[in-house]
Write a protein that binds this ligand. Sequence first.
Ligand SMILES: [Zn+2]
Length: 117
Amino acid sequence: MAATPDPEERSTAGPRERRAIRNEIAARRVNERIAQIEARGRIASDGPEPGPSAAFVCECAEPDCRGRVRLDAALMARVHAEPDRFVVCPGHERAEFERVLFEVDGYPVVEKSALRT
Ligand SMILES: [Zn+2]
């Protein structure tokens, strides 16, 4: 007699993938804060331009990743307009969980199909 299929197994996102998604969403929250602070700094300062890019954290699945993504805050905001898209350092994409859509300034933008369901 066949074993009852584990509902977890049948779900599009397994436990490992869900942990990965949690890490990525946490990194994304950090980056949304960085973007807010960056935007406020630009409005507040009348001095020299604060520079074209902000230092965001890598939004990959690795909880210990210390990667930095130097990207224009407006570009980051455009990626974040889609809730299932994340910017990672080159080489940090995980083919088993996500698919690279395109690159912004050399950083891969990945899509988590599991978040679409
Ligand atoms: Zn990373």
